[in-house]
Design a protein around this ligand. Structure first.
Ligand code: SF4
Length: 335
């Protein structure tokens, strides 16, 4: 379900803009959907009031908790969707939530479990919002990162619709909404035009074009330097830095050449580089680098003027890469 379709249904039941706003805000804040928390029970038109119990059940069924798995840097939630498919969300520290945007993913990053099955289907914007509503049943959410299963750039209309609602009725600060992508021209065209402009995380992983094609085989064929230039324009436009994501793979993208490449590409840029040592996935040959070596790389980059953070995990990396819970739950299916 898309938010826009939900709005159309409400209008068909006699809702005006103020009714839509109260209803969507109530959903996002987990208040009674009849609007009684804000106004009198007679506030909504009769046809809408009569439809509300069924609508509430339908919204509740968009995302249901299947299981919860506490991890070192957050708690992973396996979420069941109305059609029986599953995705993952991660409750991150400090009110953060990582949400999924697709079932599966077509980018096929060779170190990611989600990428192994290809794309099964898109998530509707209401299903993305429903992950936030579900997470809010467990604790407050003040930041949403779109770094779970899927490539947000491949489901742009739904993701941008969800971002707009979260940044308005969802009361989340715009820079606390983080659109994460491997890089796609459409992202740089559309994000600056939005009413709500999210922060941008760009999964770079290497400065070597040929290696990038091997690691991210179905990402758009763009040179790292071009990606950085486009991202820099967006950072200057919004006033928030780009978060470059770098999954550190031992012996592959943690060498001297990459260190020099990062200095060459990011010097003077409005950017933060997040180094995330890879968490091993059974069946894949990639290795996690030694923590002290990774820390030394971060220190050296810092000394060369690149703001670098060494992280235990990003949303998609808690417990070893997004898609693992789903794969383990044995519910992989093709549609
Ligand atoms: Fe897709 Fe992200 Fe996995 Fe790459 S890391 S395959 S973009 S879900």
């Amino acid at each position: 379900m898309r938010i826009e379709h939900l709005r159309q249904r409400l209008r068909a039941l006699g809702a005006k803009a103020c009714h839509e706003q109260v209803l969507l805000r109530s959903w996002l804040q987990r208040l009674p959907l009849d609007g009684s928390a804000h106004r009198s029970e007679q506030f909504f038109p009769l046809a809408l009031r009569q439809a509300l119990p069924d609508l509430a059940l339908e919204l509740e069924g968009l995302a249901r908790l299947r299981s919860e798995h506490p991890g070192e840097d957050g708690s992973r939630l396996l979420i069941g969707l109305a059609d029986g498919q599953t995705v993952e969300s991660v409750l991150l520290p400090k009110g953060g939530l990582c949400v999924s945007t697709q079932v599966g993913c077509a980018v096929g990053c060779v170190f990611c479990m989600t990428g192994r099955d290809g794309l099964l289907r898109q998530l509707g914007s209401a299903e993305i919002i429903a992950q936030v509503v579900l997470a809010r049943s467990r604790r407050p959410v003040s930041k949403v990162v779109f770094m779970g299963m899927g490539e947000p750039a491949h489901n742009m209309d739904n993701v941008l619709e969800a971002i707009e609602l979260l940044g308005t009725e969802g009361a989340i600060g715009h820079k606390n909404l983080v659109f994460s992508t491997v890089g796609d021209r459409r992202v740089f065209e559309r994000l600056p035009r939005g009413v709500v402009k999210p922060a941008l995380a760009l999964s770079l992983h290497t400065t070597n074009s040929e290696l990038r094609r091997r690691l991210l085989p179905k990402a758009p064929p763009m040179e790292p330097a071009e990606l950085v230039d486009l991202a820099e324009d967006y950072a200057r436009h919004t006033g928030y830095p780009i978060q470059y994501q770098w999954t550190l793979l031992a012996g592959i993208n943690d060498g001297e050449d990459e260190l020099e490449g990062v200095v060459r590409l990011l010097t003077g840029k409005y950017a933060v580089l997040n180094l995330i040592p890879y968490n091993r996935i059974e069946g894949l040959e990639f290795r996690r680098p030694d923590w002290e070596q990774a820390a030394e790389m971060a220190r050296r980059l810092h000394r060369r003027g690149i703001l670098t953070k060494l992280r235990h995990s990003a949303g998609q990396d808690v417990e070893g890469g997004c898609g693992q819970l789903r794969a383990r739950s044995g519910v992989l299916r093709s549609t």
